[in-house]
Design a protein around this ligand. Structure first.
Ligand code: FAD
Length: 693
């Protein structure tokens, strides 16, 4: 067929876009291409706010900007801690900046007497966090070869001095790749790094300590590079809190915990996304363990009419509410009980300090809906709170714990204290009335949505999203209390309410389940959908092998549901093997009856291989079953079967990876190293996919 003019025009545009795509971010060094620059700058002027960081720093008199690429809030939290410390200890004029709020084409004009800090989390398989995607692409993206070509001819960023810290997890292959790649790019472009680029490891559980031990030498190097003098740190609040005794808490303008300002103002319309959840009805809820000591929930979230859509393998995010019992504890130990529903106005004391929730509000609403109050305590926060202790003896004790990693570990971390539990313990119940409330807004994480691997198929039920979640309630040796998960106990309370309990109260936690202003009444929960790359092969005749012990089976219920439907529709569906493991057949065998049904529909195309760790004399796990099936697995892989792993990242997923390499090496008669390389190549080509947490 001949190409007509329109086709040619489309091709030319595509070609130009491709060229621009591959050159953006490198144009300082490689070429001064105005097209690349304007494309890279495509998002400028969003919402009328200035995206020019240099202008912003000038206007607000700042000489230090701390950029963060954050997914779950930890990187953002570290960024604000650096900003605060830089100011209180060294008199730097600091600000934090969300990477997605600015453009980067003028970094080559960054003034020599200022400093940029980058706190960068790596997400999943070496990906940037959602808010860092544009920045990362602009800097060079995954084109590592760019930074490895050696020094650039020019050094466009020679005036930029920077500091970098990464948050990663060594159980993932691309450990801390964001901070590593970004520092490589910056170095190659001539920027001057101050101190080491730090790396925190969530996999080893040492993130906080890695951060603390990185930052001291960094501050020393920065102080010397910028001739800063250290002063005695004095706490200066970032926010001003004004109590409004005359204001009525039921006034329409008072924020009582709605997910955001739109919801407060009654516009709960879409589009629904990570900033704006949909208040979804829970169509159905049940428990699917017969084991009475543990709870596993199956929920059906109704998204009909919301315009939310998903495809099999995506994640749903649930926006939690803190347990009433923990909210009460927090309010009580601060001596705020009488004033918990007092209207308060919260204002940033500095032009760059953003109040992270609508104001006016109440103490109760902020604590219940906005702050991660149940999370583990950080050592730095213990030090910081010492100055506000009820008396000098407690202050001295706090200072000691804050200074010593081992004492902290023994007295705080190993007891699994959250903030309020720790304060209660330290003061023996005496109130901590001197702590300025601003410090919690600054130091505690903003409460985060929790993700769940969707356990249904969008082909079968496009308007109903299934969740399979185990309720977190763990007795830890050393902890004086049972450690409870925030979100899963909230979901359990919703299930209990749906099943007729008027005051559901799982484990005495007492959630406010009808939500702010009763907006969640009738069993609703705020959610949004996050699209993932964990996907079935587009050709259903390809074989698939799935490894999903425990709740790791969640996405595979969706996968098998989909393949069974395809088989029913008369499509040619390839071999579908699921390795599932749990403790006992009679206790926690998830979806036992459903697998039988899928088997009836799919015949010998579906096979479930089970491993019950506590049913026999020896512990058997899915890993053992994989080894037993080595020959068949290898054959299927040679037929280009897709291999999927879901569930525990720390141990299971890593072991499965090793076992697969071993299977390939044994079956194909190649070295272990070659086996590992083959698995690596499978990962790179998406033939091996992981959904792990
Ligand atoms: P949290 O309150 O977040 O607590 C989690 C854990 O932190 C606790 O169990 C405890 O070990 C620890 N902890 C809590 N408080 C303290 C403290 N004070 N001190 C020390 N440690 C403490 N889960 C599923 O069940 N099914 C799924 O399908 C699923 N899919 C997921 C998919 C993705 C992509 C991700 C990232 C996670 C997934 N998860 C899934 C996990 C899920 O997101 C939640 O992490 C889990 O449900 C716990 O949430 P929670 O709010 O109940 O617990």
């Amino acid at each position: 067929a001949k190409l007509d003019t329109l086709d040619i025009a489309v091709l030319v545009v595509l070609l130009l876009a491709t060229i621009a795509y591959f050159t953006k971010g490198t144009y300082w060094a490689v070429q001064k291409d105005p097209y690349a620059s304007s494309l890279a700058n495509g998002s400028a002027g969003k919402a009328g706010k200035s995206r020019n960081i240099l202008e912003k720093m000038d206007e607000t008199g700042k000489n230090c900007v701390v950029f963060y690429g954050s997914q779950t809030g930890t990187a953002e939290d570290y960024a604000s801690r650096l900003a605060k410390e830089g100011h209180s200890r060294f008199g730097l004029k600091t600000m934090t900046a969300d990477l997605e709020d600015f453009d980067y084409e003028n970094l080559d004009q960054f003034p020599e007497d200022k400093v940029a800090m980058f706190v960068l989390a790596t997400y999943g398989e070496g990906e940037p966090t959602d808010n860092a995607v544009e920045f990362y692409e602009f800097m060079g993206g995954d084109d590592i070869s760019f930074s490895e070509k050696g020094g650039s001819d020019e050094s466009p960023l020679s005036t930029l001095q920077y500091v970098a810290f990464g948050l990663g997890n060594n159980t993932y292959e691309h450990y801390n790749s964001m901070v590593r790649n970004v520092s490589k790019y910056l170095d190659r472009l001539g920027a001057k790094r101050i101190g080491e680029a730090g790396e925190g490891d969530d996999g080893a559980g040492t993130m906080e300590e890695d951060f603390l031990s990185w930052k001291e030498p960094m501050w020393a190097a920065l102080a010397s590079a910028m001739s800063l003098e250290e002063r005695e740190a004095i706490y200066e609040p970032v926010f001003e809190i004004t109590e409004k005794p005359d204001m009525d808490v039921s006034d329409d303008t008072v924020y009582l915990g709605e997910p955001n300002k739109n919801h407060l103002e009654g516009h709960s319309k879409g589009p629904y996304n990570a900033h704006n959840p949909y208040i979804a009805p829970i169509a159905e809820s049940k428990e699917i363990f017969t084991d009475k000591t543990r709870n596993c929930l199956h929920l059906e979230i109704d998204v009909a009419g919301s315009n939310l859509s998903y495809t099999t393998g995506d994640h749903i995010a649930v926006w939690p509410t803190n347990a009433g019992k923990e909210v009460d504890r927090f309010i009580d130990i601060l001596g705020l009980t009488d004033r918990r529903h007092m209207v308060i106005a919260v204002k940033g004391l500095d032009a760059t300090a953003k109040v992270p929730f609508p104001s006016p509000t109440t103490y109760d609403a902020v604590i219940r809906y906005q702050m991660e109050i149940c999370a583990p305590m950080s050592r730095q926060f213990v030090s910081q709170l010492a100055q506000f202790a009820p008396n000098d003896a407690i202050k001295a004790e706090m200072t000691k714990i804050g200074e010593d990693k081992d004492i902290f570990s023994e007295q705080v971390a190993e007891k699994y204290y959250n903030l309020a539990q720790f304060l209660e313990y330290m003061s023996n119940g005496e109130k901590w009335e001197k702590i300025p409330f601003s410090i919690f807004i600054e130091a505690l994480h903003k409460i985060q949505p929790r993700y769940y691997s969707i356990s249904s198929s969008s082909l079968v039920q496009k308007d109903k999203i299934s969740i399979t979640a185990i309720v977190e309630s763990i007795e830890k040796p050393g902890a004086p209390h049972v450690v409870k998960g925030v979100t899963t106990n909230y979901l359990l309370a919703l299930k209990q309410k749906q099943h007729g309990d008027p005051h559901p109260d799982p484990h005495g936690l007492d959630y406010a389940i009808t939500g702010p202003r009763n907006k969640y009444d009738g069993i609703h929960v705020p959610v949004h959908v996050r699209h993932s790359n964990f996907k079935l092969p587009s050709d259903p005749s390809k074989p698939i092998i799935m490894v999903g012990p425990g709740t790791g089976v969640a996405p595979f219920r969706g996968f098998v549901q989909e393949r069974a439907q395809q088989a029913e529709n008369g499509e040619n569906v390839g071999k579908t093997i699921l390795f599932f493991g749990c403790r006992r057949k009679s206790e926690d065998f998830l979806y036992e009856d459903e697998w039988k049904q899928y088997g009836e529909t799919m015949g010998d195309k579906f096979e479930l291989v089970t491993a019950f760790s506590r049913d026999g004399p020896e512990k058997v796990y899915v890993q053992h079953r994989l080894k037993e099936r080595a020959e068949e697995i290898n054959k299927l892989l040679e037929q280009k079967a897709y291999f999927y792993v879901c569930g525990d990242a720390a141990n299971m997923a890593r072991e499965v990876n090793e076992i697969l390499a071993q299977i390939i090496s044994d079956q194909r008669g190649v070295t272990k190293q070659k086996g590992e390389e083959i698995v690596k190549a499978m990962r790179a080509s998406n033939q091996y996919q992981e959904d792990v947490w």
